[in-house]
Design a binder for this molecule. Structure first.
Ligand SMILES: *Cc1c(COP(=O)(O)O)cnc(C)c1O
Length: 376
């Protein structure tokens, strides 16, 4: 029995009829760029997330870039973000005109905290980008408090955390990822929890002016064709992607439930294995497990053992951003961000996609137990 890290086919098979109908609707209309499908997705996403504004764009990368560009950075302005994230978080900030400044993470959750962000803060900091890594939100209350004190924008990187939520101190129930900060960035890359049939992204905002500016920047800086108030770019979401995503969105919470059940199985089956450290969920957090990422002794040997047994796994991320060659000039050195660097050496992500099923999760558990010499 093979266990892939991810298999997208069963999700398509389950929704094939509805998806094919939606695609046909777009093809028949021949309206491929923005238009009613994208507007429909924007309002459905805004309603789902409980946020007033949502603007579709070409990718998750651009969903980070556009709200940062909207700050009109001066040379030398900085954005603080974790070094333990996908490259896009930093690449987008760089391309928006900022200097990315990398901070460390909380080893328990792999996320930034007020303290780790504060350690990297300077008087040039214009924005912070907490990344809700692997599907769990960073502690937003303390992060927002810090940003408020210092007058910086909070942009949530929600690429891995669509549908994640967190209790806050308002007493009004949990807040969704992307509805907590000043703006949120979502990705519809096929491997994310809500994946399209290609690239796509979305910016959320609680601020009407920011949303309006992002909506202009995505179409060359003007709402009216051939009238340009600022220099933007082409970062439009296409109607085919929006149509597919609108079919999938109503199923997102069911898929999150299945991912969480799989996480429960892993916890039950690996609880006594002292060589692995299972992911921790912070109190008040609803984790949506885009990845189920543990820390493992002899990680690379375990990964090879799993591969030999036909089990897929992933290392997110092997090299921290402060040590990437392209950011050499930013002065990153080994030893600078110890928890990030340790995570890069220890993490391993296991199959958790909704359709993986109990039998295959149990197979993964059995192979991990066997590797460390535990009874199955
Ligand atoms: C996937 C991802 C992105 C970028 O999204 P794309 O749609 O691939 O451009 C940004 N940040 C994080 C944390 C991601 O996982």
């Amino acid at each position: 029995m093979q266990v892939p890290l991810l298999d997208l086919k069963p999700q398509y098979q389950a929704l094939k009829e509805a998806i094919d109908t939606a695609i046909e609707r777009v093809v028949t209309s021949q309206g491929f760029i923005l238009g009613p499908e994208v507007e429909g997705l924007e309002s459905e996403m805004a309603a789902y997330l409980g946020v007033p504004h949502a603007v579709g764009c070409a990718s998750g990368t651009d969903a980070i870039l556009l709200p940062l560009r909207a700050l009109d950075p001066e040379p030398g302005d900085e954005v603080v973000m974790p070094a333990f994230t996908f490259f896009a978080t930093a690449g987008a900030a760089w391309n928006a005109g900022f200097r990315p400044v990398f901070c460390d993470i909380d080893p328990a959750t792999f996320n930034v905290t007020r303290a780790t962000l504060e350690a990297a803060w300077t008087e040039r900091t214009r924005s912070v980008v907490p990344v809700h890594l692997f599907g769990q939100m960073a502690p937003m209350a303390e992060i927002k408090a810090l940003a408020r004190e210092r007058g910086s924008m909070v942009l949530e990187d929600c690429a891995q955390a669509i549908g994640a939520r967190q209790e806050d101190d308002s007493g009004e129930g949990p807040v969704m990822a992307g509805a907590s900060g000043d703006a949120g960035a979502f990705s519809f890359f096929p491997t994310k929890n809500l994946g399209g049939f290609g690239d796509g992204g979305l910016v959320t905002s609680r601020d009407a002016d920011l949303a309006e500016k992002v909506a202009k920047l995505r179409v060359h800086g003007g709402r009216q064709m051939y009238h340009h108030e600022m220099v933007g770019t082409n970062s439009r979401l296409d109607a085919l992607q929006a149509a597919v995503l609108r079919v999938k969105l109503p199923h997102l919470d069911d898929w999150a439930r299945a991912r969480r059940e799989n996480a429960c199985l892993y916890h039950g089956g690996l609880d006594d294995v002292v060589e692995v450290k299972l992911p921790e969920v912070m109190e008040g957090n609803f984790h949506v497990y885009n990845q189920f990422t543990l820390r493992a002794d002899r990680r690379d040997d375990l990964r090879a053992h799993l591969a030999e047994a036909g089990i897929g796994s992933g290392i997110y991320y092997p090299v921290p951003l402060h040590l990437q060659p392209c950011f050499h000039e930013l002065g990153g050195r080994e030893g600078m961000l110890p928890e990030t660097e340790r995570a890069c050496r220890e993490v391993l992500s296991l199959p958790i996609f909704p359709e993986v099923g109990k039998e295959r999760v149990e197979r993964v558990i059995a192979e991990i137990r066997r590797f460390y010499g535990y009874g199955v």
